[in-house]
Design a binder for this molecule. Structure first.
Ligand SMILES: [Zn+2]
Length: 331
């Protein structure tokens, strides 16, 4: 074999080795660059005897991330104008997410990117118009169960009178129809009249609501498949025993959660679904009330929803949204 041929072969070999190394590195980089999509939401929680509070939360595959480490205040301040509840997705390197522990450990926050997508309901139209698919879920735990049975839940949420559906039909001049989901879920489970039932293998009494929330979302996702992809609104009626909160919801989102009997309260349902439709509180700043945030008595997003929840005759008398809110909803 001639010297030149050997040289040629050797340089080819070097080239191939280099190419392989390059491709290997590339695939490693791609592997490391795999991203997790976190949905960004503002969660508003309401209590019986104190003001509501809001927190920012992140969800991956419909599940709220339990602990988030390594995102500085600076990140939230810097991106304050970009981040929008229900529209923003934070892209996070996959290795920062521990699914088992349900935690995020951000080692380098400069690797996080934010994408904004205008919210479109899973029915394909805007959030506040048209027919929506709604699923309410009650749960049986080891030590207790949601007080309302399936039939009561069905009536309160979808009944002809005094229901969440009838109230929104009235307030939107029939433009928003919160319809019970009827059909077969992605996992092949039949859902009748928009109410589902799950079993959670935990004790609820004395536990934190977010712990029970986790268990409910897990069980519901396992039974029905991805929730946000199939339903416009999922209403979780949590079994009793987790403290003095009433209800909470994510702004511009599919999810609202009720502390047992509050799932049977029309004003509360209307208020939380209002948050799902991207509404904030009404009448903020009216100091005539202890509840500064809810100063507007005329609106279910204000004080109106709390002083009417059960009048003397025991009938809930909810109101329709004020002018500003109706304008925001496009009604
Ligand atoms: Zn609220």
């Amino acid at each position: 074999m001639g010297w030149k041929l050997l040289q040629k072969l050797s340089s080819k070999l070097t080239f191939i080795t280099l190419l392989c190394t390059f491709l290997l590195i590339q695939s490693r980089v791609r592997e490391n660059n795999q991203i997790e999509k976190c949905n960004y939401y503002i969660n508003v929680i309401h209590y019986e005897d104190k003001e509501s509070s809001s927190n920012r939360i992140l969800e991956i595959n419909d599940k709220r991330i339990r602990t988030v480490n390594g995102i500085t205040d600076n990140f939230w301040i810097r991106n304050k104008k970009i981040l929008k509840s229900g529209e923003s997705i934070i892209l996070i390197p996959k290795e920062y997410y521990n699914e088992e522990k349900n935690s995020l450990n951000i080692l380098d926050e400069s690797l996080l990117t934010i994408e904004n997508n205008a919210s479109i309901s899973s029915s394909g139209n805007t959030m506040t118009m048209g027919k929506k698919k709604v699923l309410a879920i009650r749960a049986n735990a080891i030590d207790t169960s949601t007080s309302m049975d399936i039939k009561t839940t069905e009536n309160r949420i979808f009944g002809k009178k005094n229901s969440l559906k009838s109230q929104y039909m009235k307030c939107s001049s029939k433009q928003l129809k919160l319809s019970p989901y009827k059909g077969i879920s992605k996992t092949g489970v039949a859902i009748q009249n928009g109410v589902g039932e799950i079993t959670i293998n935990i004790n609820v009494k004395g536990k934190r609501s977010d712990y029970v929330d986790d268990a409910m979302v897990d069980a519901a996702s396992k039974k029905y498949g991805n929730l946000s992809a199939q339903f416009d609104h999922v209403i979780f009626c949590m079994p009793p025993g987790t403290g003095d909160w009433l209800a909470y919801a994510n702004i511009n989102s599919w999810k609202s959660v009720y502390n047992d009997k509050w799932c049977d309260n029309l004003s509360t349902l209307q208020h939380e679904i209002g948050h799902n439709l991207n509404l904030g509180h009404s009448g903020e700043g009216n100091s005539a009330y202890g509840y500064y945030m809810y100063g507007d008595e005329s609106c279910p997003m204000g004080f109106g929803s709390y002083n009417t929840h059960l009048s003397e005759d025991g009938i809930d008398r909810p109101r329709c949204f004020n002018g500003a809110k109706s304008w925001q909803l496009g009604w």
